[in-house]
Design a protein around this ligand. Structure first.
Ligand SMILES: Cc1cc2nc3c(=O)[nH]c(=O)nc-3n(C[C@H](O)[C@H](O)[C@H](O)COP(=O)(O)O)c2cc1C
Length: 169
């Protein structure tokens, strides 16, 4: 299969954008990830899929925990920042603050929502690892804020909500 086509086809699936955080307040690291999904309600599980070459791939098993920070529409620069497009990902953008909740993982203040997860399972999958986390703490902005979207290799905002009209028989 042609890898470029594979990537292009996967890019037709629109996603939100998260920053996966690991470590401690003193030893912080963030990595942009759109391969995030909910898994189970009881127990509350989510997953992130991380490339084997990413530093985050070593750090999640090391700290046995990770954070998922859901970005807002006006935070595309943070997505680029934590994808390493502006240099170091370990430094924090000046308008960001960290806090810790249950696991000690640093979470990003000012993002749309944050999930603090204990590592529950790891599943090797080709050149990536699927990390399943048990959610130990949740926080979100009270107002529903516009999410950052990623589609066809570009950032987007939400359009208008759709009304579903059944097909005429
Ligand atoms: C929008 C976007 C989504 C991304 N999603 C993922 C992802 O789900 N998993 C992944 O391993 N890398 C993903 N990346 C790439 C990583 O963010 C990038 O390789 C990062 O520098 C890895 O960080 P680390 O090696 O310091 O952990 C994404 C990048 C962007 C811009």
């Amino acid at each position: 299969m042609e890898p470029r086509l594979f990537r292009q086809v996967l890019g037709r699936f629109a996603t939100g954008v998260t920053v996966v955080t690991t470590g401690t307040l003193e030893d912080f690291h963030g990595m942009t990830a759109n391969a995030f999904a909910s898994v189970s309600l009881d127990p509350p599980l989510v997953l992130v899929v991380v490339g084997r070459k990413a530093r985050t791939c070593q750090r999640i098993p090391q700290f046995r925990a990770f954070g998922v920070n859901i970005l807002k529409a006006d935070q595309a620069f943070l997505s680029d920042w934590f994808a390493g497009r502006f240099g170091s990902q370990d430094e924090l953008s000046p308008d960001l603050q960290l806090y810790t909740a249950a696991t000690g993982t640093p979470l990003l203040e000012g993002t749309a929502a944050q999930l603090d997860c204990r590592l529950y399972q790891s599943h090797p999958a080709g050149d990536h690892i699927i990390f399943v986390g048990e959610v130990r703490h949740l926080r979100m902005e009270e107002e529903v804020v516009e999410p950052l979207l990623f589609f066809a290799s570009r950032y987007h905002r939400l359009g208008e909500p759709l009304t579903v009209t059944p097909p005429r028989s």
